[in-house]
Structures are given as C-alpha cells and as structure tokens.
Design a protein around this ligand. Structure first.
Ligand SMILES: [Zn+2]
Length: 307
C-alpha cells in the first residue's frame, strides 16, 4: 500500500466511512431480504418492454389515422374525377423527424377527429330513427311553412342548435321546403350532450398507464409485484388505485392496446369506404352498383385477417 492509500484507509476507519467490501456486504444483506429479486426484476423489465412495444404499435395506428383522415369535408380532384378527403389533419412528413409530433399532441388531435366522427355517426343514426320522424312531423305541423320562402311543399325540419340533441324543442329547429333544402348548408354537427365515444375513455386510461410504466419505479420490498408507494407517485394512480399492482396494470394496458387498435381500424375503414362511395357516385355509377360493390368489399374485408 502506498502512503496515500494508507492515509485513506486510516481516514475511512476513523470516520467510520464504509469501505467497498463493507458496502458490498451491506447491499448483499439488503437484497437477500428481497424474495425472488432476480425473477421480479426480470418480470418488471419485461413488462416495461412490452408496454413500449405496444405503445409503438398504437402510435403507428395513430399516425395512420391522423394523416389519412381529417373528418373534414371532401374535396374534388377535377382531373381524376375523384373526391378525396382533405389529407388528414396532419401531413405525413410532419409526424416524422426531430420536429415530429409528441405523443400527447397526437392524442389531442385524435380526440378531436374521433369526437367529430362519432358525432356525425350518432347524428345520422338519429335522423333515420322513428323517434326523429315523429318529431319531424310534429315540427312541420307546428311551423306549417318554409322559413325561407313560405312554401308548403315537402317540408322537413333541420337543426339550428344541437344543444338539446335528442330532446329538441321548436326553438332548436327550422322547417324548410324541398327547394330551399337544396342549397341549405347545415350547421356543423357538434353534440355536447351525448356520452364520449368509447375510444376516448380508453385512450385516457392507456396514456395514464403508459406514463406509470415510464416513470414509476417498482417497489422491491413489497410482497407482490407492485409499484413504489412513495406519495410523490400518488397522482399517477388517480384514475385507478388498482394499477399499483404491476400485473393488474400490464393486463389492462394490453387489453386496452388491443381494443384501441381494433377501434382505430374500424374508424380508418369507415373513412376509406366513405371516400370510395363518393368517388363512385361522382363517376356516375348507379346506387345499385355501388351497393353491390360495397357488399363485395365488406365480404373481402371479413375474409382478411386483422392484426
Ligand atoms: Zn322554401
């Protein structure tokens, strides 16, 4: 031992600072008290790996949805005689590279798209219901004539407010004749009094779980596989305290991932189909032809395996 080291050794003993050997012994003592530490560690690492892998898949589906759909109006490509949905809400190159969109930003965009698509579907279904037909004739006999021209032929009612959607009163609608309906641009559908689409609730839980796996350490001293109970992590478990159990959290995360992927596929398909239908109408195909083609398309989709 050199003089320097001797001095250091003395210092350690005097100040009762642990030397490396003692530290090793101590840490061995501590870890020995943790049951199955190796297996547990492996399980936690695996769980985190799975969560990352699943997130990547879902994020790919997100990208597809926000670049391929906008839930926006259709635009006409006069040269090709085709109608297209305005390219997503985000251009493909905007989601890549260093300036790429963050996960949270993507979720925000997605929420808007999904809400819009869901509102439109809910609206269409309602307008075709017996319930609405009854209300329609009630409003028509209340107003008796077209609000614009005063005509009385083939009257129908239209929403001017969606505030009481499903429970409309005379102040929520206007009545128009068939002629005035032609140039009529209806109010963009925004329904505030219907429940959230299921995907939105799923997304919230998915993101919360993803954050837990990204930021909360595991607790090695708990009996079961659990996340650290330190109060500073408490807010991660606000949505569901049961997520403190790692197996519970990973199970829910994985089933959410499957559900989200399925729902996104359905949304994308419905947009692609809508685009196809509009193009066909523009190309002058008859309604009957289009229906037949749609049937064929649906059958071929059923035979295809979804991921
Ligand atoms: Zn009119």
């Amino acid at each position: 031992m050199t003089e320097d080291l001797k001095e250091f050794d003395k210092l350690i003993r005097e100040k009762i600072i642990s030397d490396v050997d003692t530290m090793l012994k101590e840490s061995k003592n501590i870890t020995e008290k943790i049951p199955d530490i190796k297996e547990r560690h492996e399980k936690v690492v695996n769980a985190r790996g799975n969560v990352i892998e699943a997130s990547v898949k879902v994020e790919m589906a997100f990208d597809e949805l926000i670049t391929k759909t906008g839930g926006e109006d259709l635009v006409l490509d006069a040269k090709k005689k085709e109608l297209h949905l305005i390219t997503g809400v985000v251009k493909e190159d905007e989601i890549r590279g260093s300036k790429g969109l963050r996960f949270s930003k993507k979720i925000e965009i997605l929420k808007k798209i999904l809400k819009k698509m869901d509102d439109e579907a809910t609206y269409r279904e309602y307008i075709q219901s017996k319930d609405w037909k009854k209300k329609n004739s009630h409003f028509v006999s209340h107003f008796k004539k077209c609000r614009k021209c005063g005509g009385t032929e083939q009257l129908d009612s239209f929403h001017i407010s969606y505030e009481n959607f499903g429970k409309e009163e005379v102040s929520d609608v206007e009545v128009l004749c068939w002629h005035c309906q032609l140039g009529h641009k209806s109010k963009p559908i925004e329904l505030s009094n219907i429940p959230e689409p299921p995907l939105l609730a799923d997304l919230k839980r998915f993101v919360a779980l993803r954050n837990i796996f990204a930021h909360v350490p595991a607790s090695w001293f708990a009996k079961e596989l659990e996340f650290d109970a330190n109060p500073r992590y408490e807010h991660y478990f606000e949505l569901d305290p049961k997520w403190k159990s790692i197996p519970v959290a990973i199970n829910e995360f994985m089933s959410l991932q499957k559900e989200i992927l399925n729902l996104i596929t359905v949304y994308i398909k419905s947009v692609v189909l809508k685009r196809e239908l509009f193009s066909n109408i523009l190309l002058g195909k008859s309604y009957k032809d289009i229906l037949e083609e749609t049937e064929k398309y649906n059958k071929s989709q059923k035979n295809k395996k979804t991921y």
